[in-house]
Design a protein around this ligand. Structure first.
Ligand code: VG1
Ligand code: CO
Length: 542
C-alpha cells in the first residue's frame, strides 16, 4: 500500500558542496530524511517507470535510510532500483553504475570524509543521469522544495534483504541487489594495463593501501590483491565499519598520519595510498615523499598517455580554483585547454560531458577523469601504479623530475575548523569589503597584483556561480585564497589556501611551511585570521 504522509518542512536542508550533511541525530528527527528524499523526487521530472541507483558508504544510519529510499522510490513511481549489496556503493562506483546501465540517476548516502557513528555525520546526495553530482540548478530546486514540502509518499513494504545479490519485487517495483565491486573493477581493467601491474607486484614491488575502514576496502581488496596479485596484507583497514573504527576517514597527513610515518620510515614500502569515506578521494605517498594532491593531478595528467585508457592523450584539464597552478603548466606544455572551476565536483560535469576536459582535480585530494562523473580515489591510485610500472622509476624520481621540468608549486591548505559562524562570516565580509583597495598595496614586502571574489562562468551552459572564494594574487604569481567550507556540520570552517611558484631547481626541496612562511603571515595580515577566529593556529594543515 502506498501512503501519503503529512510532514512539516525543515529550514536547514540546503545542500552544500556535495549534498546535504548533518549530524546523525539531526537526520533521525521525524521525517527529516524522508522530507529531503521527497524533495529530490519532487525536483525531478519524468522518472516514472525508470531506474534509480541507491548505495552508500556504509556509515551509521546507512541501512535505515536505504530502506526508506527504496520504499519511497516505489511509492513515487520508479520502475526499478539497483542497490549495492549491504547498502554499499562507493561514490565513483555509483557514478559508473548510473552510466553503465543508463539509469535515471542515483541517491548516494554519504558524508564522505566526515566521521561516522551515532553522534557523527550522515549525508544524502543526488547524482543525475550523467553519473555526476546534481548541478546547482537542481540543488537549488531541491532546497526550494524542502522549504515548502507538506507530504511525502512511501510504500508499506517489509524491509528488503539488501545483503543478498538478486532481484525481488516490492510494491510493484523491481529491486535488484547488485555486487558493488564487479562493474567498477571491470571498468578499471579497461583503463589500465593490469598485465603490467601484475608483473610489477610479481617483481617484489611493495604497496600499502589504507581503506580507513571506509567504503574502498572491498574494491581495493578485489582489485589490488585478488586481480593484481599484490600480497595479502597490502590493504589495511579494509572492512567498512559504521563508525570507521572511530577515526575520520579523511586521507590527509593528519588523519592518515600512521601511513605517512610508515612511508617515511626505514622499511617503507614503494608506494602508499589511502582513500576516504565514500572512496572518491586519494592520498598518494611514495617511499620518502608525499605528493600533494595539486601536484598529483599535474603529474597524472603529464603521464596519462602511459595508461591504455588515455593513450590518445587528453582533451583538456580542469581544476578547482583553489587547486595549485601546477596542472596549468602541464596543459600549456601539452597544448590543451585548462579550466578553472569553483570547488566541488559538480562543476566539472559539463566540461567532461562536452569533451572539453579529460582529467580533473581538486587540492582536497580529489582526482578523476571522464571514465565517471565523480572524483575517484582508486582510479588515481591505479593510474599512479600504471605510470610507475611503465616508467620503471620510483615515485620520488617521477616527482622530482616533474618539478625540474615544470618548476614546483609550493602549496598548503590551512583549515580553521568549528569556528563560530558569526566570526567566520565577519572575516569574509570584511575581506570582501576591502578587495577593491588591496591591489597595489604591499604586505610583508610582497605587492598585491589583484584581488577578487571568484565567479565562474560555465562555458558549456552559460550559467554563473558567484562568491566562490576570495583570491589575493601577488606579483610574481604567489597567491592566497580564502573560502568557507560547504561540507562541515558544526560551526564554520575557514580554509586558507597558500601557493608559491618556485622555478629554481636548487630550491625544490624546502620544507613546504617554511617555503610559504611569508605568505602565511601575509594571509593573517590581510584577513585578520587570528583576531577574527580567536585561534593562534590552524586545526589542520595539509
Ligand atoms: C570539500 C573540498 C572540496 C570537495 C568537497 C567534497 O569541500 O574542499 O574540494 O569537493 O569537500 O568532497 P568544502 O566545501 O568543505 O571545502 V567529499 O570527498 O567530502 O565528497
Ligand atoms: Co569523498
Amino acid at each position: 500500500m502506498i501512503r501519503t504522509v503529512p510532514t512539516k518542512p525543515y529550514s536547514d536542508q540546503r545542500p552544500g558542496t556535495s549534498g546535504l550533511r548533518k549530524k546523525v541525530p539531526v537526520f533521525q528527527q521525524e521525517h527529516y530524511a524522508e522530507n529531503f528524499i521527497q524533495s529530490i523526487f519532487d525536483a525531478l521530472d519524468d522518472f516514472k517507470g525508470k531506474t534509480l541507483v541507491i548505495g552508500g558508504d556504509g556509515r551509521f544510519y546507512n541501512r535505515e535510510v536505504i530502506q526508506k529510499a527504496i520504499a519511497m522510490a516505489a511509492a513515487n513511481g520508479f520502475g526499478k532500483v539497483m542497490v549495492g549489496q549491504g547498502g554499499i556503493l562507493s561514490t565513483p562506483a555509483a557514478s559508473h553504475v548510473i552510466r553503465k546501465y543508463k539509469t535515471f540517476g542515483g541517491i548516494i548516502l554519504s558524508a564522505s570524509h566526515n566521521p561516522g557513528g551515532p553522534h557523527e555525520d550522515f549525508g544524502i546526495k543526488y547524482n543525475a543521469g550523467n553519473g555526476g553530482p546534481a548541478p546547482e540548478k537542481l540543488t537549488d530546486a531541491i532546497f526550494a522544495r524542502t522549504k515548502a514540502i507538506s507530504n511525502f509518499k512511501i510504500a508499506d513494504v517489509e524491509p528488503i534483504d539488501i545483503d543478498t545479490v538478486g532481484t525481488v519485487r516490492a510494491a510493484g517495483m523491481t529491486v535488484e541487489i547488485i555486487d558493488p565491486v564487479a562493474d567498477y573493477a571491470e571498468l578499471m581493467e579497461s583503463l589500465f594495463d593490469f598485465e603490467a601491474l601484475r608483473e610489477l607486484f610479481k617483481s617484489g614491488f611493495r604497496m600499502r593501501f589504507d581503506a580507513m575502514h571506509a567504503v574502498t576496502g572491498p574494491y581495493a581488496k578485489e582489485i589490488l590483491e585478488n586481480r593484481l596479485g599484490a600480497p595479502n596484507g597490502t590493504c589495511r583497514n579494509f572492512k567498512p565499519l559504521p563508525d570507521f573504527g572511530g577515526h575520520h576517514p579523511d586521507p590527509n597527513l593528519v588523519h592518515a598520519k600512521h601511513l605517512y610515518d610508515e612511508m617515511m620510515g626505514p622499511d617503507a614500502p614503494d608506494f602508499g595510498a589511502a582513500s576516504d569515506g565514500d572512496g572518491d578521494r586519494n592520498l598518494i605517498i611514495g617511499k620518502g615523499i608525499f605528493v600533494t594532491p595539486s601536484d598529483s593531478v599535474a603529474m597524472l595528467a603529464a603521464n596519462a598517455r602511459l595508461a591504455p585508457g588515455y593513450k590518445d592523450g587528453l582533451k583538456g584539464i580542469a581544476r578547482s580554483m583553489p587547486t595549485s597552478g601546477a596542472a596549468d603548466r602541464v596543459a600549456h606544455k601539452l597544448g590543451i585547454g585548462i579550466y578553472e572551476t569553483p570547488t566541488g565536483w559538480k562543476f566539472f560535469g559539463n566540461l567532461l560531458d562536452a569533451g572539453m576536459a579529460t582529467i580533473c582535480g581538486e587540492e582536497s585530494a580529489g582526482t578523476g577523469s571522464n571514465h565517471v562523473r565523480e572524483k575517484d580515489g582508486l582510479w588515481a591510485v591505479l593510474l599512479w601504479l600504471n605510470i610507475l610500472a611503465a616508467r620503471g622509476e620510483s615515485c620520488k624520481q617521477i616527482v622530482t623530475e616533474h618539478w625540474a621540468a615544470y618548476g614546483r608549486n609550493y602549496y598548503s591548505r590551512h583549515d580553521y575548523e568549528e569556528v563560530e559562524s558569526d566570526r567566520a562570516n565577519a572575516l569574509v565580509d570584511e575581506l570582501r569589503a576591502k578587495l577593491g583597495s588591496l591591489p597595489g598595496t604591499s604586505v610583508r614586502g610582497m605587492t598585491i597584483a589583484s584581488a577578487d571574489d571568484f565567479a565562474y562562468h560555465d562555458p558549456v551552459d552559460g550559467s554563473t556561480s558567484e562568491h566562490q572564494g576570495i583570491r589575493v594574487l601577488f606579483e610574481g604569481g604567489s597567491r592566497v585564497v580564502f573560502r568557507l567550507s560547504g561540507t562541515g556540520t558544526s560551526g564554520a570552517t575557514l580554509r586558507v589556501y597558500i601557493e608559491r611558484y618556485e622555478p629554481d631547481k636548487s630550491r625544490h626541496d624546502l620544507d613546504t611551511q617554511a617555503a610559504l612562511a611569508d605568505l602565511i603571515a601575509a594571509a593573517d595580515d590581510i584577513a585578520g585570521i587570528r583576531s577574527h577566529t580567536g585561534r593562534a593556529k590552524p586545526s589542520v594543515i595539509t
